[in-house]
Design a protein around this ligand. Structure first.
Ligand code: SUG
Length: 448
């Protein structure tokens, strides 16, 4: 049976803005308070989805969330009508209103960790929604994420869903941004690679000094247990704390893997050699080869990687067995990164082509091509069981661009977030979207 890696891209929501909400994420902090363009952001994302579909990849779409999150503001003590809640938050606690307006659910690499059926004990595809509890604005995503994933992957014969881990920092879980899967073929048992930033219960592990390590070892282990992964099918590795302190807040800012290849920066991990040996050994036991491309710091610095997002790329397998790297425009602007990538594709290795996309609106908040997609490896039967409404097609692309042009603002500034009209615009747009994507009722305003 044929198997595929399907990329489900997050559709950027109507409140996309630069809130400066993510301490440790250099782009989020440095672009704080700039005017954003929700319309441009959503169209840039849709263009990437369309381009991948046109190249022959199966592409899906993941719906944005209801924002402002009035329920989150109510839980913090703001009361009255929805408009009054927003007005009071704007007056007394603007940072909380900004957080409750974030369109951060667009970065669906953080929506969940996904294990394909070939790896799991019960032969189903497993999803664990990420608790994202390092940042308030992201910690409010998982209940809706779970409902949206449930509506996309509803068939319980093929899909198993786990609620987010306990909402404490000790189980900080950022989903697929710290998870990669290696395999010979998407339908065969592979090795799942979990990367964490610190241990919550064992003080012998080093930890970053300046910025938070969002993912804990204990959270990664819990997800592997929930998914029924075997000892031979997992490798855990620690991120180098010093790269976290340089702005690598998720491992996907410094490494990307696919198939039998790991493409990473020399400084990405601790104990790199033993970790690579373990990957090689466990993949060999599954009949797979393993190759790593380590990018040396004297050619590309960690700072280059953080600014260009060269590793926050999509590494895709093409029909002829070669690989394609989808990178953001910022890579072309950095001479060291661009020259490295030129050399890489002409060296005769597995990565043969680099394609560049303009994702500036998302990039300015620290979200590159890899952040914008959730990878789900599926066989033909499982793909047929996915809600067909969320699979990208030429007509769906046209409908969604029309929907964005109709509902989204061209520009948004912090002061606009206090406008109760924005909530109504958002709800009207999302109500229509659930019909377009055939999701049923998934948003709080549709349920309560
Ligand atoms: O969690 N930015 C996101 C970016 C997530 C990127 N995802 C991956 N690397 N997979 C974050 O830091 C910024 C929002 C703001 O400042 O308005 C933000 O949430």
């Amino acid at each position: 049976m044929k198997s595929f890696e399907v990329n489900f891209d997050g559709l950027v929501g109507p409140t996309h803005n630069y809130g400066g909400l993510s301490f440790g994420n250099v782009a989020s902090q440095s672009n704080s308070q700039q005017a954003s363009s929700p319309k441009e952001a959503a169209l840039q994302g849709l263009e990437k989805m369309k381009a991948l579909m046109d190249m022959g990849f199966v592409q899906g779409v993941l719906a944005p969330q209801e924002r402002p999150d009035v329920a989150a503001l109510r839980s913090l003590g703001f009361s009255g009508t929805d408009a009054q809640v927003i007005e009071r938050a704007a007056k007394d606690a603007m940072p909380l209103l900004v957080a409750s307006c974030s369109a951060s659910s667009m970065w669906v690499a953080n929506a969940a960790t996904v294990s394909p059926s070939a790896d799991t004990a019960d032969g189903r595809v497993h999803f664990t929604a990420a608790n994202l509890n390092c940042k308030f604005h992201r910690s409010i995503e998982h209940p809706t994420t779970s409902r949206v994933l449930g509506a996309m992957f509803a068939d319980q014969q093929h899909f198993a869903h786990h609620a987010a881990l306990p909402a404490v920092a000790q189980f900080g879980d950022e989903g697929a941004a710290n998870h990669t899967r290696f395999c010979r073929d998407y339908g065969e048992a592979g090795v799942e690679f979990f990367v964490y930033g610190r241990s919550a219960f064992d003080s012998r592990y080093p930890a970053p000094q300046k910025y938070p390590a969002r993912q804990t070892h204990e959270a990664s282990q819990a997800v592997a247990r929930l998914h029924g992964l075997s000892e031979e099918g997992v490798v855990f590795a620690q991120q180098n704390p010093s790269v976290i302190d340089q702005g690598v807040f998720h491992n996907d800012v410094i490494a990307v893997g696919n198939g039998e290849l790991l493409f990473h920066h020399e400084d990405a991990f601790l104990n790199t050699e033993s970790m690579l040996d373990e990957l090689r050994r466990k993949l060999a036991a599954r009949g797979a080869k393993f190759e790593s491309i380590s990018v040396p710091r004297d050619q590309v610095t960690v700072d280059d990687a953080v600014r260009s997002y060269m590793f926050n790329s999509q590494l895709l397998s093409r029909a002829d067995g070669s690989m394609l790297l989808i990178v953001p425009e910022e890579c072309r602007a950095n001479p060291r990164v661009w020259s490295y990538l030129q050399g890489l594709t002409s060296a005769g290795g597995p990565i043969r082509e680099v394609k560049v996309f303009d994702l500036k609106q998302s990039m300015q908040n620290g979200g590159g091509p890899a952040c914008l997609r959730l990878r789900v490896a599926l066989n033909e039967t499982e793909l047929a069981a996915v809600n067909p409404g969320v699979i990208m097609s030429a007509p769906l692309y046209d409908t969604l661009t029309g929907w964005v042009n109709k509902h989204y603002r061209d520009a948004l500034r912090e002061s606009d977030l206090a406008d109760p009209q924005l909530l109504l615009e958002c709800r009207t747009a999302l109500d229509e979207l659930t019909q377009i994507l055939k999701l049923g009722s998934v948003y709080p305003f549709q349920i309560n």
